[in-house]
Structure formats: structure tokens, C-alpha cells
Ligand binder design. Sequence first.
Ligand code: SAH
Length: 416
Amino acid sequence: MTSPTRTPDTAVSPATTGPADLDARPQVRPAAEGWEQQRTSEGRPLLQFASPRVKQPPQHLADQTLEERQERLKELGLPAFRAKQLSTHYFQHWTTDPERMSDLPKAGREELVAAMFPPLLTEVRRLRTDDGNTIKFLWRLFDGALVESVLMRYPGRITLCVSSQAGCGMNCPFCATGQAGLTRNMSTAEIVDQVVAANRVIAAGELGGAGHAQQNSAERVTNIVFMGMGEPLANYKRVMAAVHRFVDPSPEGLGMSARNITVSTVGLVPAIRKLAEEELPVTFALSLHAPDDELRDELIPVNNRWKVDEAIDAAYDYFRKTGRRVSIEYALIKDMNDHAWRAALLAKKLNQRGRGWVHVNPIPLNPTPGSIWTSSEPEVQDEFVETLRAAGIPTTLRDTRGKEIDGACGQLAAAE
Ligand code: SAH
């Protein structure tokens, strides 16, 4: 435990919510710094659940089920079996290049490909770190909106962090994405195309430094996390269709395992309950970041709608319905949410529901330099983890991949 040597400044007030004997460190309160948090007429942080009605991206093969693709081809006067051929090119060979589709008749091929695979993502920037084992992509969508995805190689798996919305309407004061509000929902194909584009990069041997000179040609994205820009459960229909494209067997989809797909949410309780009813056992993650409503109301504005206990109840019910252990995300923010009494309160709330249904993933905050948004000291991180573990909660401190390349969601698009 660190000693309370910091002199309190204006942003710091003594802890009011926690028992003083457990932790005497100061309590920093959330506040937007260097930007204005949008507010309602009652002065609450604005929440945008609905996407602004703007022009939608063109229909793409990945927006459609196999049946819908067949319908579309019939409309174009073509035999339905072309749908499988086109799907194989896209979902197995990750190509939209008509030159490589020699199984399609030459006449009309370019037009067909243009109709089924309109370009959706234009690469604006690519940043690498960790010896090339982490690549961050900045994409421009058809209407100029910018989104990011991050590709990470780990021993035994390759994870892609995808965006589900351009911007985000959840207005969390520590998250770079929320600062500009919600531009629009991404389409299913825009979400899926991030994965296909990443698979192309991997197949070209571009992920991993010298240590991976011997590329395995079968390598591809094995894990997908909806932890890029956006609130996936606020774009429910399109995100679920994208999950179908990920798990549907090839050539209808990518044939991935649902358990390797993680849907992360600020806690939209009705949508969590709906997700639990789908026959898709994806991994579920709740971005909790605080176990007490007093702090979480400020840290995660949607907490004003659904409280900590309601969100944890929904997560617990997700486990009961699906049998899938859920994750609690907890960004450790110096002197704000990292007090030992909060770790103890979190453990208590999780244990109250049951045992073995949850694990906690604390992650040091990706800091904004010169602000109150700073990651906890290493010894405080350890204390937080140990407090949870001592209470019987499996806890893994996550690494902060890509910190040097503005790895936190939205930082790159915001800088553009
Ligand atoms: N809207 C969803 C998914 C996108 S954010 C959600 O909130 O879960 C993915 C994760 O990154 C969330 O847990 C979010 O709280 C976290 N995050 C956002 N900004 C961060 C930062 N600066 N440092 C660390 N984690 C951050």
C-alpha cells in the first residue's frame, strides 16, 4: 500500500465512500479534461443510444447470409451457386480481386465483383510495435468516418480488436472514442471486413518481426474482441450478424469458434439479457471499472440508467444461461478506482452471486499525459489483484499492448 503523501489539490478530495482504515489514499473524481463532455438539459452526460440517420455504406456480400447472397445473384440473373464461389474467395482466400477468381466466367466478372464487394475500408495508417507483433490500423469508411482495429500476436493465438461504431455515444470521460460522440453505427460488412483485412495482412507475413520469419501459411485471426471503438450492444443487430459471419462454417462465414469472440459492453442490461438468449456462446465482458454507484455514475454515464448491481446481475445471468464464465473489465486509474476497499467490495458483490462464474481483468489505464487519467502505481495494481485473489476471485492483470502507438481505443482517430 502506498502512503498518503500526495498533497491534495483541487481535483482531490478525501475518500468519502470507503472505510478510512482500509485505504487512506485520496479520492480523485472523474472529470473531462481538455474537452467538454456533452450534457443534457438537466446537466447529465448525454447518452446516445440511437445512431444518427445518415447515409449507409453500400451492401456487401458480408452483410448477407448465404441465402440472401443467392437471392441477390438471382436478381442479377446469375445462378445461385455463384454465391458459394464468391463466399469462398472472400471468407477463405480473403480476396476481392477479380483476377484471382478464375472459376467465374470472365465476361461480367468485374461488374459482379464490384456489385458484391464494394470497397468498405481504406487504410489511412498502420502503426507497429512489439517487434511488429502488434499492428494498429486506422481505416477510413466510405463517408470519411475513421475507425481503428488492433491486431496482436500472442503465443498460440492472434487477436483482433475490432470497432463496431464510428465514435461512441456512451460518453465515458476516460475513453478517447467517446469524446466526439456517436457518428454512426458500422454496418455488418464494415465490422467483418476488419477481420478479413487482418487475415490478409497475416497471410502476407506482415505480423511479427524476425522471430516469425517462418510464417505458417494457415495462420489467421483466432480471437476477436469487440473492444475497439463503439458500444457493440448499442449496434446490436449488425454486431450479431457480424458474429454470425465469424462463426458460420465456411464458406458462409469464417468458421471461428464463438468462445473466441468477446463482446464487451458498458452494461446495457436489456441487451445483455437478449444476448444470453442467442444460441451463440460468445465470451461476455462487462466494463465495470467501479463497484460503487457513486463513482460509476461519473465514470460510466450509462450507470445512471442501469446500476452496478443490475449490470452484475445481468452478467451473472449470462453465465447461468450460457455456462460461459464472464469477464469483468476494470481499468485501474490512479487514486480514482484503485483503492483496496473497492477491490474488496467488488469481490463481495461477485461472491454474493456465486463462485466460479466470473474472472476479473484489471488493466492499467492507458494514460492521457498531464491529466488525472493516469494508471495506478504498480504496487497498487498488485494490491488490487491480491485483494481479489485472496477473496477467491480469479484475477489476471492484463498487459497494455500498444501503449506506444496510442493503443487505447479511439486515440488514433482522435489525433487524425
Ligand atoms: N464500449 C465497450 C467496448 C469498447 S471499449 C465497452 O465499454 O466495454 C473496450 C474496453 O476498453 C472497455 O473496457 C473500456 O472501458 C476500455 N478503455 C477505454 N479507454 C481506456 C483507456 N484509456 N485505458 C484502458 N482501457 C480503456
